[in-house]
Ligand binder design. Sequence first.
Ligand SMILES: [Fe+2]
Length: 274
Amino acid sequence: MLRPLGLTHGHYECRSLGETLPVLTDLLAMRVVERSDGQATVQHPNTAWRLVVHEAGSGAPDKPHNNHYGVRVARVEEVDAAHRYLVANKERYGLRRISPPRSQHYARSVYFVEPGGNTLEIEHYDAQAVAEGRAIARPHWTCELAESKFPARGYVPQALTHGTLECDDKEASAAFYRDVLGLEIAGGGRLSVYIKHAATPWYIVVLPIPRRKKFLSPANRFTLTLASAGEVEAAHRELRGAKGVTELAALEKSDGCASFLFADLNRNWWEVAA
Ligand SMILES: [Fe+2]
């Protein structure tokens, strides 16, 4: 089993950084922390999880709805305010498919598709969900981002809370993510199972989808950070024969860093790095 220090990055493919970065910064309160040719790293001020955005050009496909990322607001009425703001600014940001706010299981959320082909979500979780033991509903921030830091929208995204993966078999997937990748099961919804690293609140919703048709490229992946390059090499050896690893790329090493990519039992991509 891998012993990751953290689930540290999500990687996200878009078509054009010029189109997608304003969506992430202006609508989801993320900040660009690194930018190079064809790639940018963004981060929400309340979430150490980083999102690496890869520019793949106009041919990049639309990703399935169940590969979305979501941010959370502190008050339920902010979801409705976010919906109004998204609709009012749809043309400016090139948004598509803005869903009306919907409530289910103590959560209320709005979804939209950004011009890079990715679904994004703005959600609220009722405190009652925490009282009923839903770990993912616990606060993802210690200090609320003030309205003055994200003014004039009527809502303030307070944290990047989750990513989402499709799977074929929920039980087999939960076992793989726990027993092979060393992640923790943080409960589940009616259909889904939530996985996370024990040290941090952000999580991945793993949702069984019958007869999946669209599979992601390696530019859409999650990164597990290990303690050392030596551990990454050992992990590469370990995963070579592991049940549930469907593709394993070569180990890359440079300047004391090591990393590799692999695809899991659901053909979802991961990166292991130090
Ligand atoms: Fe979601």
